[in-house]
Design a protein. Structure first.
Ligand code: FCB
Length: 452
């Protein structure tokens, strides 16, 4: 294969910040991706079917060829990441490829992933591999997606197969990605498949995913004793718009519980509380040998939501997000840029799970002109450093994303990549953010030179 090329964008502007900081030795610096968003030629999932329906995706976009990872470009992009000084990459396996029919596994698809993972290892990129990142096999979707009674058990059997087949190549496994986000976008809301628009079903889907996480955690460990298995959570900071207003504070607390708190509580105490269950129930599947069924926690963090009391929004627990200062599109909102929230959520995890290794598994922003992203990255890297200084055992940081990719209901309209993708030619162009992030990786922190 020829050496991958990366073109350069103008590097005349530099971010501003404070003094130099250094991270612990062996800290992992990487980027995150997911199968459906980058692979292309993916036809057997609920998402492939969803994209084919009118009006579902911004501009009628489809993932299509995506970044052609399945066709062979994953390896090139791994080399680019390595050339830029990264030490790690987060990717996911596509369940619908590996188990195209219930109980029937595709060995050729396993071979393709094995080749990708071997390449990453050969060039010194540590992999964090997700068993699932939002998409489900179509055969499970027609049976009810996460509401199908068999779903957690099916997921555990698939996890067992992946651990046996690929375990030698995977130092860090994750089970699911952002169960709360999926529950809200696809079950409470209607933006993602199955698009049910029902809060009661949202709570059921969230509960099923937590059970599935526990079942998969045990399945991977049964298959491979030495495995490291985590779960990836999206924990936005949720604050009252006006902290002197009791009603704003109440709705912020309620939203934080429904999205963040109830999940942390379930994982930390192996129990299901409202709205996951009407009355508190214990959940033994969430218990591991020495505490929670978790070897590490992944935190995806984008920003902060400020919420006001609004009686017209019962479905949002009477809290309306203030979107004036947020990074948003017409249909999605990643919150206000608020690096302190990242420190806060890491410390919250450190308190909920004492001595647990933590990773920032996603952080980034879509920024077509790449004017704000460089300083976003530097300020959030500083926020991670603050959490480490306060005692959190953070082991790595992954930017979302290595390359522009198919952003779910936003289609191709929200470029998150360090590398810009030309979808016609498949050329990759490094944005200025890519250079800034390279400098962070190489310095293992933020150097004086980067500040200057
Ligand atoms: C996260 C998802 C990821 C991507 C980023 C922008 O919530 O995990 O797939 O969509 O947001």
């Amino acid at each position: 294969m020829s050496r991958p090329t990366i073109e350069r964008e103008d590097a005349s502007r530099t971010p501003r910040g404070a003094s130099a900081i250094t991270f612990p030795p062996r800290f992992l610096w990487g980027t995150a991706t997911s199968s459906h968003q980058v692979e292309g030629e993916q036809t057997q999932s609920d998402w492939a079917a969803w994209e084919a329906r009118r009006g579902r995706i911004h501009g009628g976009d489809r993932a299509g060829r995506a970044c052609e990872w399945w066709a062979g470009r994953a390896e090139e992009d791994f080399e680019r990441a390595r050339t830029m000084g990264h030490g790690a990459i987060r990717l996911s396996l596509e369940w619908s490829r590996l188990e195209p029919r219930p109980g029937v596994f595709d060995e050729a698809a396993f071979d393709r992933y094995a080749r990708m993972l071997e390449k990453a290892r050969a060039i010194g990129l540590t992999t964090m591999v997700g068993l699932d990142h939002f998409t489900l096999p179509y055969w499970l979707a027609v049976r009810g997606s996460w509401l199908a009674e068999e779903a957690p058990d099916r997921f555990a059997r698939y996890a067992d197969r992946c651990a046996r087949r690929l375990g030698d190549l995977v130092p860090l496994w994750t089970t699911l990605n952002e169960p709360s986000v999926l529950a809200f976008m696809a079950y409470v809301g209607k933006a993602w498949p199955p698009g049910l628009g029902n809060p009661v079903l949202g709570a059921r889907a969230l509960r099923a995913q937590l059970v599935a996480h526990g079942a998969a955690y045990h399945a991977v460990h049964d298959a491979r004793r030495d495995a490291q298995v985590g779960l990836v959570l999206n924990l936005p900071a949720i604050d009252p718009y006006d902290s002197t207003s009791a009603r704003d504070r109440a709705v912020a607390t309620a939203q934080d519980w429904a999205f963040n708190g109830v999940v942390l509580d379930a994982l930390a105490h192996a129990r299901l509380r409202f709205p996951l269950a009407l009355r508190e129930e214990s959940a033994p599947v969430l218990r591991g040998p020495n505490g929670p069924a978790l070897d590490f926690v992944g935190l995806n963090y984008y920003g902060r939501y400020r919420v006001r009391f609004d009686a017209r929004h019962p479905a949002e627990l009477f809290g309306r997000r203030d979107a004036r200062e947020t990074v948003h599109t017409e249909s999605n909102d990643w919150g206000e840029i608020h690096p302190e929230g990242l420190t806060r959520q890491l410390m919250r995890l450190a308190r909920a799970f004492p001595r647990m290794p933590l990773y920032v598994t996603e952080n980034g922003m879509f920024d077509p002109s790449d004017t704000r992203r460089p300083s976003y990255l530097v300020s959030h890297v500083r926020a991670v450093h603050d959490a480490i200084a306060q005692g959190a055992d953070v082991r790595g940081y992954f930017v979302w994303s290595l390359i522009d990719n198919f952003e779910w209901a936003e289609g191709w309209s929200t470029p998150f990549g360090l590398l810009a993708l030309d979808r016609t030619t498949q050329a990759r162009t490094a944005r200025r953010s890519a250079d800034v992030y390279s400098a962070i990786c190489r310095a293992n922190g933020v150097s004086d030179a980067l500040e200057a």
